[in-house]
Design a protein around this ligand. Structure first.
Ligand SMILES: Cc1ncc(COP(=O)(O)O)c(C=O)c1O
Length: 387
């Protein structure tokens, strides 16, 4: 084929890849060669999808249920999500809830419905890489507010006051990758600031439910001037089912529906009906949470016994962000070497922050407790030998 005259990919498709996927590919190669890998790189729950959900999916497959569903999701699921909020004393009309293909689908719909090319949207680094990458692919400008390595990469949300002209802002609490939980005062400040300056707030609440706190403050508790995004991928242990949701203000509903009809038609029918059962499994999900909390304590206690003792110690989510600036300025090289020499896989910070991420590494402790213990001993010995 003559490549010179062949089709060229669009400029907007030249976005960054997920480095964590490269780490995963390397770990798979190592596993294929017969060696064991301790997966601390993936932000995926290790517990299985609740049995009641899988049982329901099996039943539904044999029922020949109709194909496409309404583009905003089946009413029964939207009602279950609304009831879930009601138990937290939050009133959310099922009509304001849009069921999406994971929270990723919700981001795409929300960005398209809220922003035009060249609008400016602010993110706080370190942050989940897809925010920036999806925005870039839509030709929306990304304003990156940096955190300070000297302050252990803690995000200072009050820095937003210098950006009154932005069109939108994304915030996530607990945050990926450092687990940072913003106080109610901080979240309230963002809500008021954005309301005063007509800035669209998008709150990613995908890690709600995970951590030592039983409940987190949802942005919706401040009022309706926000888009709240959540997912079945983390707390509900259904990442591959590709289901999420977004709470949409009333005046956006029609546009969301049209976008959703044209982009996706609908989310998966069996996944939607099965997910209703997830709300009957909250005790089981709470047990998973206890395991994450046990992992949290083990990981923090172990890291404290090493020279990598500068790390985020949040009580929420299942990540820690380790500041390695005293030891290296090349987190990618460090994680590659660690993987080669021990089989422990971590994610370099450059996935979450292109500017300072070379000074940090993310450790995910969503794996089984026994695996966390084994991997942490290997990691501790390796750090103590090398740093
Ligand atoms: C902060 C954050 N938001 C969104 C997502 C996307 O999740 P999903 O599309 O599976 O709902 C992830 C996945 O890791 C994440 O960490």
């Amino acid at each position: 084929m003559n490549i010179k005259n062949f089709y060229k990919p669009s400029k907007r498709s030249f976005i960054e890849s997920f480095i964590v996927m490269d780490v995963l590919a390397n770990s798979k190669k190592i596993e294929e060669s017969g060696k064991k890998v301790w997966h601390f790189e993936l932000g995926e729950p290790s517990p299985n999808t609740p049995k009641l959900v899988t049982k329901e999916a099996k039943r539904l497959i044999d029922m020949n249920i109709p194909g496409y569903t309404p583009s905003n999701g089946v009413f029964e699921l939207r009602k279950s999500i609304s009831d879930y909020y009601r138990k937290k004393n939050l009133l959310v009309d099922p009509d304001c809830i849009f069921v999406t293909t994971g929270s990723s689908g919700a981001f795409l719909l929300t960005f398209l419905a809220c922003f035009d090319p060249d609008d400016e949207v602010l993110i706080f680094n370190p942050s989940y890489p897809a925010y920036k990458n999806i925005l870039n692919s839509l030709n929306i400008k990304v304003i990156e507010v940096q955190s300070d390595p000297e302050k252990n990469f803690d995000i200072d949300i009050f820095k937003v006051k210098n950006y009154r002209k932005i069109k939108g802002l994304i915030i996530s609490s607990p945050n990926n990758p450092n687990g940072q939980i913003f106080t109610r005062e901080e979240l309230g400040y963002i809500y008021e600031f954005c309301s005063e300056n007509n800035i669209t707030v998008i709150s990613d609440e995908i890690y709600h439910g995970i951590g030592e706190k039983k409940t987190y403050d949802s942005f919706i508790s401040f009022g309706e001037r926000c888009f709240v995004i959540n997912s079945f991928s983390k707390y509900f242990c259904m990442p591959g089912w590709r289901l999420g949701w977004v709470i949409v203000p009333k005046n956006f509903q029609k546009n969301f529906l049209k976008l959703s009809q044209n982009l996706f038609i609908s989310s998966n029918n069996i996944a939607q009906y099965s997910a209703i059962k997830a709300f009957e499994c909250l005790n089981e999900l709470e047990e998973n949470n206890e395991m994450y909390n046990m992992n949290r304590k083990y990981v923090f206690d172990t890291l404290k016994c090493t020279s990598w003792n500068n790390f985020s110690q949040s009580s929420g989510g299942f990540y820690s962000y380790i500041n390695i600036s005293n030891h290296s300025d090349n987190s990618l090289e460090v994680v590659n070497r660690l993987l080669r020499e021990t089989g422990v896989a971590l994610t370099p910070g450059i996935d979450f922050d292109k500017k300072n991420g070379n000074l940090a590494i993310r450790l995910s402790f969503s794996n089984e407790h026994s695996i966390i213990k084994e991997g942490m001993i290997l990691l501790k010995n390796w750090i103590n030998k090398n740093y």
